[in-house]
Structures are given as structure tokens and as C-alpha cells.
Design a protein around this ligand. Structure first.
Ligand code: ACO
Length: 447
């Protein structure tokens, strides 16, 4: 185990004249002044770090609805206005004008790169795309019908057993090398996962292709013949990757941060993010949306389906709708909806029944009071599956594509956390509701 060493970081931003929030105990009349912190954007935050020490009380917020778990400079979301920015740049502008690797650089390093910085970054990512040959055998331990996310959890965690030269998390060069390796190798591993599930040969990466092109080539190319990449598909893939690159402190990112707060190595931390992303309430929703549309089957069945969704006892949710933070249209869904039309158009699909069904479902749901009252709008997963299906990916691969795109967000957030001088292991407390102390009863005396 490597001992923690001081890491250099930018100074924390000034919080201005100290504003406070007064907390009063109604029974004793005693009050405490809690500091109020102000970020550069977004709501003010009551600093409760000293609360337990001063009052003997914890705060209770099991699903973090009102809790900022960290300070971050990477991504900003205004859920009421439907705003998403990475390092200050709007997601709309980034998807329109940038590329995935440029956004990756932005997330990782804080600013857009100049030409030299970008060329060096692309070179580093390109020349780390191959995986250790031994990893090919690693795959063979899995059944071919395993869910691709199950395979991804295993092989990504397994990377920590291969790259011992970059595992000192307190060394900035090691951190950077691990980050580059992860960004570079995820498409290779994701494509291998797909090929393995199909019983097809693995395709080695090609350094002459762009990040998105190379990924499509490794997924859909075969050694027996040349593979021609359709520019519309690689453009759409690149956009999908940008749209999924980061989303501040969601469940999987918070998982990566919490895992990493103990000093765990970055490959293991990213594997923990993959497990969290897999769930249907999070990244697994893109697979569920497509399965839901297939289940609904036709437009005339929509009212009956929505009746089930609104019935609390049915356990049915409108997948791809609703978000913990967005109480407005998810800006990523808007971009994807447009991309969907372009991709299907270019592929010569005049009428895609699933897209038409999704559009009608969205139209009806948005007019329904149930969704309006709860501020439920389409999220990023509502349209992504339709594009991915049109590209030829099976539904089980959808969440893998999300994981591959989100890796840069996870690793940027992990790096930011490690570089925070005040880093301490994450350790939530609890509201205990179990039995109080009781004596042990021997088995012979138990009823
Ligand atoms: N369909 C039907 N009702 C819903 C939906 C939905 N998709 N989402 C929320 N609601 C209802 C809830 O039943 C609840 O109603 P109530 O107030 O009458 O009890 C209310 O809206 C609030 O919902 P919560 O579950 O408390 O909201 P939360 O913020 O915890 O959940 C979540 C957010 C998990 C995304 C939820 O909206 C959901 O399950 N959506 C479907 C799954 C999905 O698309 N996930 C992808 C999210 S985006 C991402 O992770 C990349």
C-alpha cells in the first residue's frame, strides 16, 4: 500500500463575506450558526461538516436529495432550466462544435486544448488502445450469453492486475497514465465484449481511425473483409459519446468517488462505477426503454400502457422519463432526438415504427397531468436506444456504450477528488433503527 502524499491543487475559490445559516433547537432554544458556501453557479450550500461535533446530531438524507457530497469544477447542471455545462461550455455547443476527445481533454484538464496539447492527447489515447494479450483469455472465462455489463465489470476491474506501473495514485504521472489508458482501452474492451457475445473474432484497434470510427470498426468490422464506416454513424457515435461523457454527482460517479476515497486504484474504481451504472434507474434505462417500446408494440396501446404507469401498484414506470435533477427537458434528450432523425434518414429508414411510437408516447405523456405535475420529461435514455439499434447494436450493449462514454467523466471526477488537499475517506453515518442492546440467548433457550 502506498502512503498518501501531499498533492498539488488549485486554491479553493473564495466564498466571499461569510454568510451563515442559523439552526435552532426548538426545545432548548440553543442555536448554532452554520457557514453558507456559494459556488460559482447554483444554489447556496449549508456547510454541515462541523454539525455533529457541535450539536451531536447528524443530518438525514439517504438518497442525497439535498446533499452536496463534494466540491467540483467539472460539470454544472441547472435542472429547473434544463442546463448542462462542462467546465462552463454548454452541452449544445459542445455536441455541435467539438469532438469526444476534445471534450475528454476538457473534462480531464479543465480547459479546451490548443492544437499541440490536443495532438499530444490524441496521440497518447491512440497509442494506448491495445489491451494486454492476456486479457483475451480473461474474456474466455465468461459464458458467451453473459450480459455485456457483467463482462465489463470483470474485465475493467481486471485491468488493475495488468498495469502495475501506473497504480501509485499519489503520483500525478501515474494518475494521468491510468486515465489515458482507461479512456483508450474502454472502446477496445467494449467492442471485445460485443464480439465475444456474438462468437466473432476480436478486432485489434486501428490507429488511423478517429475514436468513434475505431470503435465502430472494432464492433462491426470482421477480418475477412474491409469495413466501410458511414460518416453519419461515426458522427452520431461521437455525439452520443459527448452527451454521455459526464453528469456531475450521479449514482455511478458518486460510487467511483466513494470507492476512490479509500485510495483504491482507478481501474477498480471505474469497475465500481460500471456496476452502479448498470441499474435500470440509471444507465440501464436505455436498454429498458427499447424493451418497453417493443412491449407496447403499437400506438393504440399507449393509453393502456400509461394507465399502468400511473397506477402505483403496477410497479411499471415510463422508462426514459424523469430525472432526479432535471425538472425540465433533459438537454441531452433534445440533441439525441435530432440525431435520431438524421441517422435514420441517412440509413434510408423512412419510417421507423419504434421512433414513431417513442415520439407519440412522448407527445401523449407530455400532455398528461400525471407527468406535468411531477415534472417528468424525457431523459437522455429515451432516444439513445433507437439510434444505437439503428446502428446495429443489440439492446444488451446499450449500457456498455454509456459506460464507455462516461469513463472520462468518472476518471476526471476521481482525479479531481484525489487532487483535493482535504481528501478524506467517504464515510456516511446512519439513523439506526434496529434493536437496542440485548443479552445473547443460548439456542437451547430460544423459542
Ligand atoms: N414513470 C412514472 N412515474 C415516475 C417516473 C417514471 N419514469 N419517474 C418518477 N415518477 C414518479 C414517482 O412515482 C413519484 O411519484 P409520487 O410523487 O406520486 O410518489 C415522482 O414521480 C417522483 O419520483 P422519484 O422516484 O421520487 O424520483 P427520483 O428522483 O427518485 O427518481 C429516476 C429519478 C430514478 C430517474 C426516475 O424518474 C425513474 O425511475 N425514471 C425511469 C428510469 C430512467 O429513465 N432512468 C434514467 C435516468 S437518466 C440516467 O441515469 C442516465
Amino acid at each position: 500500500m502506498v502512503a498518501k502524499k501531499a498533492v498539488k491543487s488549485e486554491p479553493a475559490e473564495s466564498t466571499g463575506p461569510q454568510k451563515t445559516f442559523t439552526l435552532t433547537d426548538d426545545q432548548t432554544g440553543k442555536s448554532w450558526k452554520l457557514p453558507v458556501l456559494q459556488g460559482t453557479q447554483g444554489p447556496e450550500v449549508i456547510d454541515v461538516r462541523k454539525l455533529y461535533g457541535e450539536t451531536g446530531m447528524f443530518t438525514f438524507d439517504p438518497s442525497y436529495t439535498s446533499t452536496a457530497s463534494c466540491k467540483s469544477r467539472i460539470t454544472f447542471i441547472d435542472g429547473d432550466e434544463g442546463i448542462l455545462q462542462h467546465r462552463g461550455y454548454s452541452i449544445q455547443e459542445l455536441t455541435e462544435k467539438s469532438t469526444y476527445l476534445e471534450v475528454a481533454y476538457l473534462l480531464l484538464y479543465g480547459d479546451l486544448p490548443n492544437q499541440k496539447q490536443f495532438d499530444e492527447f490524441v496521440h497518447s489515447i491512440t497509442y494506448h488502445t491495445m489491451v494486454h494479450e492476456q486479457i483475451h483469455f480473461f474474456f474466455r472465462g465468461f459464458r458467451r450469453d453473459s450480459h455485456p455489463m457483467a463482462v465489463m465489470c470483470g474485465v475493467v476491474g481486471g485491468l488493475s492486475a495488468f498495469y502495475h506501473d501506473s497504480l501509485d495514485i499519489w503520483n500525478p504521472t501515474h494518475r494521468e497514465t491510468s486515465a489515458h489508458r482507461l479512456i483508450a482501452k474502454m472502446p477496445t474492451l467494449a467492442a471485445m465484449t460485443y464480439k465475444y457475445s456474438q462468437g466473432l473474432p476480436f478486432m485489434y484497434p486501428r490507429n488511423d481511425l478517429s475514436y468513434a470510427e475505431n470503435f465502430l470498426y472494432m464492433c462491426f468490422g470482421v477480418p475477412a473483409e474491409p469495413y466501410k464506416i458511414k460518416p453519419v454513424l461515426s458522427r452520431a457515435m461521437d455525439k452520443i459519446m459527448i452527451l454521455h461523457a459526464d453528469h456531475e454527482q450521479n449514482a455511478s460517479t458518486s460510487t467511483v468517488r466513494l470507492a476512490g476515497s479509500s485510495g483504491a486504484n482507478p481501474f477498480a474504481c471505474i469497475a465500481s462505477g460500471i456496476t452502479s451504472l448498470w441499474g435500470p434507474s440509471h444507465g440501464g434505462a436505455n436498454q429498458e426503454v427499447l424493451e418497453m417500446l417493443q412491449q407496447i408494440g403499437s400506438k393504440d396501446k399507449i393509453p393502456e400502457f400509461l394507465k399502468q404507469v400511473k397506477d402505483k401498484n403496477s410497479g411499471v414506470r415510463l422508462m426514459g422519463f424523469g430525472h432526479r435533477v432535471y425538472k425540465n427537458y433533459d438537454p441531452r434528450a433534445q440533441v439525441l432526438k435530432k440525431s435520431c432523425d438524421e441517422v435514420l434518414d441517412d440509413l434510408g429508414v423512412k419510417h421507423d415504427p419504434l421512433l414513431e411510437l417513442a415520439q407519440e408516447l412522448e407527445r401523449i405523456a407530455l400532455q398528461d397531468d400525471y407527468f406535468a405535475e411531477r415534472k417528468l420529461f424525457p431523459n437522455v435514455d429515451f432516444y439513445s436506444g433507437i439510434i444505437l439499434k439503428a446502428m446495429g447494436f443489440p439492446t444488451s450493449m446499450f449500457t456498455v456504450l454509456f459506460a464507455l462514454s462516461r469513463t472520462v467523466g468518472w476518471i476526471s471526477q476521481w482525479k479531481e477528488m484525489i487532487e483535493e488537499p482535504s481528501l478524506r475517506i467517504g464515510r456516511p453515518r446512519q439513523l439506526y433503527s434496529g434493536p437496542t442492546a440485548r443479552p445473547y440467548v443460548p439456542m437451547s433457550k430460544r423459542k
